[in-house]
Ligand binder design. Structure first.
Ligand code: NDP
Ligand code: GDR
Length: 322
């Protein structure tokens, strides 16, 4: 039986990854913040259905000794480092905690593996936000980075550290450059969930409008279930490498609004208002990934189309209200 250790298990991706690994017969361990034990109903909401099959360890990304002790005790075969301050907007409000948590957390996790379980395979959750002000469309593994936020900068640093641990210390360390991926478990602060939850509320007469920022930003959206499968595949390869994981298609926030409101039989133009509060000081205008390498090396392909993702999220938001 293989043993996996996950950080960020209480988030969207962590919950799907844990399900995937359990279904493959893994023993699944996770490092969670103390708050998850104190307020399990809220913090562990996405894991309620599998909580009794997980082995949770209380630890902090801010503390190297706490990570090291857990890694040494668990001796995982695979370490999935997903924990991060993941909201780009917030990284403009607090660069310091974003950089400290994301950058030091990744450094501590890598170092804990190197010192405590050097045989362990390591996955780093890198991001399309590293491309930022894009130099080419679509982006591949060789497109230069130009991050536009402290979040993007923290992910570039994590990516470089991960590659350096692979090259300098021989750790099996891989980064997935994942593009936006969504699901009914997406946090409500992200634009997709904000739109689908408001479309549902408006449909049920519980809201009259939704206020958004830049409707012209373009993203390459996929389904989280497909994307966690790519994480696992990366750690099953004979050699560690980095991969772009994307749908290959790009759509605007406006397109997303259009499809979501159509799902409830409404016209988004009647309900979506723009509000300067939600514009970012530096925007990433367009992202579109080229997943060819993932397809040829990992045999990975997405299985869920854009319109099906939107429909699934809207249905879940209607169901929650009903
Ligand atoms: P979520 O925001 O849903 O989850 C983030 C997770 O990180 C939570 O479990 C959270 O724990 C944990 N976390 C945050 N800060 C800390 C900290 N200081 N110490 C310990 N744990 C912490 O993110 P996603 O699941 O969407 O994303 C997973 C990873 O993938 C992140 O690193 C994100 O940056 C990256 N990524 C995501 C993409 C996406 O489209 N979803 C695309 C590309 C990359 P708690 O519940 O305690 O707050
Ligand atoms: P992103 O996701 O920043 O791409 O990061 P988000 O859904 O927050 O924004 C996508 C785009 O929508 C525009 N936008 C708004 N965004 C939010 N949150 N709220 C609004 O009201 C709004 N109006 C317009 C944004 O300006 C942006 O252009 C996500 C996260 O999951 C990261 O962790 C991950 O690394 C990247 O995806 C890939």
């Amino acid at each position: 039986m293989k043993r996996a250790l996950i950080t960020g298990i209480t988030g969207q991706d962590g919950s799907y990854l844990a399900e995937l690994l359990l279904s493959k017969g893994y023993e699944v361990h996770a490092i969670v913040r103390r708050a998850a034990f104190e307020d399990p109903e809220h913090r562990m909401g996405r894991l309620r259905h599998i909580a009794d099959r997980l082995q949770l360890h209380s630890g902090s990304l801010e503390s190297y000794p706490s990570l090291f002790k857990i890694v040494q005790r668990v001796q995982p075969d695979e370490f999935y480092h997903l924990a991060a301050q993941s909201f780009v907007s917030y990284s403009f409000e607090d660069e310091f905690s974003t950089l400290q948590g994301n950058l030091n957390g990744t450094h501590y996790a890598l170092s804990a593996v190197k010192e405590g379980a050097p045989h362990c395979r390591f996955y780093f959750a890198a991001s399309s936000e590293m491309f930022g002000k894009v130099r080419e469309v679509p982006q591949t593994e060789t497109t230069p980075f130009y991050p536009r936020s402290a979040y993007g900068i923290s992910k570039c640093a994590g990516f470089d550290l991960t590659r350096n641990y692979r090259e300098a210390y021989g750790i099996f360390a891989a980064s997935g450059i994942l593009y936006n991926h969504e699901s009914p478990r997406r946090g409500f602060e992200f634009v997709t969930r904000k739109i689908t939850s408001h479309a549902a509320k408006i449909k049920r007469g519980l809201a009259t409008e939704v206020r958004l920022g830049n409707l012209d930003a373009r993203r390459d959206w996929g389904h989280a279930k497909d994307y966690v499968r790519a994480m696992w595949l990366m750690l099953q390869q004979p050699t560690p490498d980095d991969f772009v994981i994307a749908s290959g298609e790009t759509r605007s926030v406006r397109d997303f609004c259009d499809v979501a409101f159509r799902c409830v039989g409404l016209d988004y133009r009647d309900y979506v208002k723009t509000d300067p509060r939600f514009f970012r000081p530096a925007e990433v205008d367009v992202l579109q990934g080229d997943p060819s390498k993932a397809k040829s090396v990992l045999g990975w392909e997405r299985t869920v189309e854009f319109s099906d993702i939107v429909a699934e999220m809207v249905e879940e938001d209607l169901r929650r209200l009903d």
